[in-house]
Design a protein around this ligand. Sequence first.
Ligand SMILES: [Ca+2]
Ligand SMILES: [Ca+2]
Ligand SMILES: [Ca+2]
Length: 266
Amino acid sequence: MDMLSLFKKVGVCAFASLISVGAHAAVSWDFTGSAERISTATGGSYEWSGSDGSVVTLSAWNAVGYNDIQNANHVFGRNPWGLVIDQDGYPCGSNGGCSGGDSHYIDNGNVQEFVLFDFGDQEFSLESFYNGSVGNDSDVTVLAYTGNGDPTQNISSLNVSELSSNGWGVISHHSNTGSGYESANSNLNNVFSSYWIVGTYMSAVGAGGDYVGDTAFDSIKFAGITGEVRTPGPIGSPHTGVPLPGTLALMSLGLVFAARQRRRKA
Ligand SMILES: [Ca+2]
Ligand SMILES: [Ca+2]
Ligand SMILES: [Ca+2]
């Protein structure tokens, strides 16, 4: 599916949402564009506005085996197919990189790579992500932070297998996503969090969603995310912005339709 078809379909979903409640249209971020290395452009942090102006800060991370997670913003970038963590040009053992299976994709060929989304004072609920391109296998893991405090402060003292005991819960594993649109989270309880991780498949974080049985490495380029954004109320007060069941049903129908269309064309 090309990007235009995708956004038409996302548009249908968002429109259905508008009709049913009026206030909870999906917000989308498009990460495609001309090629740039993010660290060069902005000094390492990457802030990106969504379709309603909400801003997310993106950061890149990687880990080798059971070693601690390290920041990889110096090799974080994008190209016309989406976000990449590009370790081409860095030999194994240098700058966290190793060429070969670990090239200009977000991948787990030699180094486990993932993107962390920080929504600041707002909370986000991921409904879908879009792969602009896949280079090999395409299993994907989505995590959301449900612990206390700011997890970006200590993530570099953890290895991947320690994420789940430090507040990062598995939202879903996705088997063989291919390029195109993939629904996430909306079929489960709507989880809202200020911090999300999307990366190539991570078996070490525990089970959830699809069963992924293969060991083929995964490589993808993230072209976009879509979801709901809300501003949390004072501590102890009920959150506003919980979608009505009818909205979720309409959204799910739209997503199922989009997924079927994609699989037919695949
Ligand atoms: Ca890579
Ligand atoms: Ca697979
Ligand atoms: Ca795989």
